[in-house]
Design a protein around this ligand. Structure first.
Ligand code: FES
Length: 106
């Protein structure tokens, strides 16, 4: 697995990301939906597996699922599964939190 540093330290990552607000990240030529939630970071593919809408334009609901802004499908941030399995699982990416930065794995 190749690890790509996306923030120089955890403090910067925490400051730049708003809790439960998805943010688009471009890394390794891919569009990633990045979420900070309860002091952890999650990364899934940005394209909704239903019809491709950008999930980083959506929101995170009370259950911690990212909600697509187009038709409201809801995806688990840990395993990418849509909660009613109406569409394919999202690709998920591992995040590594280290003292010297936040890394995403490809
Ligand atoms: S495009 Fe995301 S739910 Fe339809």
């Amino acid at each position: 697995m190749e690890w790509v540093k996306i923030f120089p330290d955890l403090k910067t990552a925490s400051e730049r990301l708003t809790e439960n607000r998805p943010q688009l990240l471009m890394a390794h030529g891919k569009r990633i939906c990045l979420v900070k939630r309860e002091n952890h970071f999650y990364a899934v593919s940005d394209a909704c597996s239903h019809h491709g809408e950008s999930l980083s334009k959506g929101l995170v609901n009370f259950a911690g699922d990212v909600v697509c802004p187009w038709h409201g499908y809801q995806f688990n941030l840990k395993n990418g599964r849509e909660f009613q399995e109406r569409s394919a699982d999202l690709v998920t990416f591992r995040i590594r939190e280290e003292a010297d930065g936040l890394y995403i794995g490809f």
